[in-house]
Design a protein around this ligand. Structure first.
Ligand SMILES: Cc1ncc(C[n+]2csc(CCOP(=O)(O)OP(=O)(O)O)c2C)c(N)n1
Ligand SMILES: CC(=O)[C@@H](O)[C@H](O)COP(=O)(O)O
Ligand SMILES: [Mg+2]
Length: 630
């Protein structure tokens, strides 16, 4: 029975003698590599915060004190230390979430996996505590150097800095990486501060010298610290943070238990907003992670724990199809400029960046800036391609609407991970983009059904110079090419050709086109006449699609998007406006936050399967939701 298994709560951790902390840290790292190798997950980031998380739970008393983890992907150690040590089903249905989860623990606060929100959360919590007179409750935010490049973080810092009386500890977990090395002036500023490790050594030396002296001991140490503070000001550049009026402590070695606890105790007792700048290493203690140049094992699949090599073959992905198409188009179109928000490789821009390095912009975790900047690029004659995960575009909706669409900006948005992603939980599903797109005047949206359609859609989007266009596709692998059997204007007929009237028109979108074809087959087996079509460009709803609907007794729309306000809604509205009286049955994602599970399990649980949809259509009721799908 190892030491880790005896740590059933932060209280048990606080009782642990300091000399056993390194032993516990080693056990935690061994646990993370062994267990996350089996399930996949954010191995690198969590290996980097072992000592930091231990120090946080030894200095602060959660849940009386509150610790908010930015982005939440670095909460594995926090979970281990707060009574959750069964990682066997991490990120799978019924198992631990890969992010904080209030349903799991009173120690968890923000479940949002979108970066740069923790300082705002902490500001709100600290103000509430102050207003309630709860002056003995401390609030801590842990934010990464990458998340610190997000605009929200600076909105929060601007406000926090104005409250000199607000006890709030901000820990910057500086590992110099998002996925890739963190970019921008902020990263350079942190780098300048990082170089002054001298403060740390001087403080440690002084502490040992003073603390060992009789009588004077602690008070003298505090005095010395004051001197060291002065020294540090001399040694370290007058930090941006201190210019803002925020006390800055650090840089602190984020793998030194004692240094961490010393710095955090100082910060805790300070009684005003204070930043603790902690230097950590992503993937610490695990050579395959440390040696991984791409992302230091930011997020891994199932791997061999000895070698770090993947044990699952991922195959060609939707992202690969986008990547190859963009490289080809980049050679044809010199005006094509690609933008990423700190996710160059995950969104498929690596090859484009290799071939056209001057035409790729990484703005950090700053989607709002990326989209407004794209409006500027378009204004000045470029055709920007903004490549983000669907869920992260939520954050930049206003820039899409008011900076791009309002100005008829020819900007292409490539939304990866559109639809149900599953294992990353509720805030990662790309389930809102078509609903958001549906309210943007002039916007064109394509949901390609296969890799071939990705290229066609991308090519066409680059010719749309007077409005934003969206090309959205799912996480994972596209199906083999799905050919049209006939063309009805802009509409691809996939099954049931011919201009005849049909009982049911099935409109399939993107990754759910195979589901639409299977539904059509089941309806035919049940004696219905059916046509299955793909509108290819789903927004705006085309006259050709409206004409298709005119020939149907009823219309079934199947989409991997919120059913509210999605393409089903768009079709219904278009038919009403065209005075076409035909019943529309929309099938999509219900207006709910979806718990983590595999994509297949989630789709089954919300009734987005051929059987459930066909049965619902035939019985004229809602889709049956399967809970125990394997
Ligand atoms: C708004 C938003 N954009 C992109 C992401 C994808 N993402 C997840 S973690 C991460 C890097 C975070 O870097 P940092 O904050 O330094 O944390 P670290 O992984 O280094 O611990 C990114 C870009 C996200 N979660 N939220
Ligand atoms: C925490 C975060 O936002 C990313 O790391 C995300 O988990 C990656 O998702 P994929 O694994 O689908 O690329
Ligand atoms: Mg980082």
């Amino acid at each position: 029975m190892g030491l880790l298994s005896t740590i059933t709560s932060p209280t048990a951790l606080r009782r642990l003698p300091a000399e056993r902390l390194p032993e516990l840290a080693t056990e935690v790292r061994d646990f993370l590599v062994r267990e996350v190798a089996k399930t996949g997950g954010h191995l690198g980031p969590n290996l980097g915060v072992v000592e930091l998380t231990m120090a946080l739970h030894r200095v602060f008393e959660s849940p009386h004190d509150t610790i908010v983890f930015d982005t939440g992907h670095i909460s594995y150690v926090h979970k281990l230390l707060t009574g959750r040590q069964d990682f066997s089903r991490l990120r799978t249905r019924g198992g631990l979430s890969g992010y904080p989860s209030r349903a799991e623990s009173e120690h968890d606060v923000s479940e949002n996996s979108h970066a740069s929100t923790s300082l705002s959360w902490a500001h709100g919590i600290a103000v509430a505590r102050s207003l309630s007179g709860e002056h003995d409750r401390h609030t801590v935010a842990v934010i990464g150097d990458g998340a610190l490049t997000g605009g929200m973080a600076w909105e929060a810092l601007n406000n926090i800095a104005a409250r000199k009386d607000l006890p709030l500890v901000i820990v910057i977990n500086d590992n110099e990486r998002s996925y890739a090395p963190t970019i921008g002036g902020m990263a350079e500023h942190l780098a300048a501060l990082r170089t002054h490790q001298g403060y740390e050594k001087v403080l440690r030396l002084g502490k040992r010298a003073i603390a060992g002296a009789p009588v004077v001991g602690r008070p003298a140490f505090e005095t010395l610290h004051g001197i060291k503070k002065g020294l540090k000001d001399i040694m370290a550049p007058q930090g941006l943070f201190e210019d803002l009026g925020l006390k800055y402590v650090g840089p602190v070695d984020g793998h030194d238990h004692q240094a961490l606890e010393t710095a955090l105790r100082q910060a805790k007792q300070y009684g005003a907003p204070v930043l603790v700048h902690v230097l950590t290493k992503k993937g610490k203690g695990y050579r395959p992670a440390r040696q991984n140049a791409d992302d230091q094992f930011h997020a891994v699949g199932v791997i061999n724990p000895e070698t770090g090599l993947p044990l699952e073959v991922s195959g060609r992905s939707w992202t690969d199809d986008f990547s190859d198409s963009l490289v080809a188009l980049g050679a044809e179109r010199e005006d094509l400029v690609a933008i990423t928000a700190a996710m160059l490789i995950p969104v498929g821009l690596r090859d484009f960046a290799i071939k056209f390095p001057e035409r790729v912009l990484d703005v950090g975790i700053a989607e709002q800036h990326a989209v407004a900047m794209a409006a500027g690029l378009a204004y000045a004659g470029k055709h920007p391609v903004v490549a983000v995960y669907s869920t992260f575009l939520n954050r930049a909706f206003d820039q899409l609407l008011m900076d791009c669409a309002l100005h008829h900006a020819g900007v292409t948005f490539v939304l990866d991970r559109a639809g149900v992603t599953g294992s990353d939980g509720a805030s990662h599903n790309g389930m809102w983009d078509m609903t958001l797109a549906n309210v943007v005047p002039g916007l064109h949206l394509a949901a390609p059904r296969d890799g071939e359609q990705v290229e066609l859609a991308l090519r066409r989007s680059l010719d749309i110079a007077d409005a934003p266009s969206v090309v959205r596709f799912a996480k994972g692998n596209p199906p083999a090419t799905i050919p049209a059997v006939e063309q009805h204007g802009a509409v691809d007929v996939l099954a049931g050709p011919g201009p005849d009237r049909v009982d049911t028109l099935v409109i399939g979108l993107g990754s759910l086109v195979p589901t639409a074809l299977a539904v059509g087959a089941r309806l035919e087996e049940a004696g219905r006449t059916v046509r299955v079509v793909d509108p290819v460009w789903a927004l705006p709803v085309s006259e050709d699609l409206i004409d298709e609907c005119r020939l149907a007794g009823e219309v079934v729309v199947i989409e991997d998007n919120l059913v509210s306000g999605g393409i089903g809604s768009a079709v219904s509205t278009a038919l009403q406006l065209a005075d076409v009286d035909v019943r529309v049955r929309p099938f999509g994602i219900p207006k709910e936050f979806l718990d983590h599970a595999s994509r297949g399990q989630v789709l089954a649980s919300i009734g987005l399967t051929p059987d459930a949809i066909a049965e619902a259509v035939l019985r004229r009721r809602g889709p049956r939701r399967v809970v125990d799908a394997s």
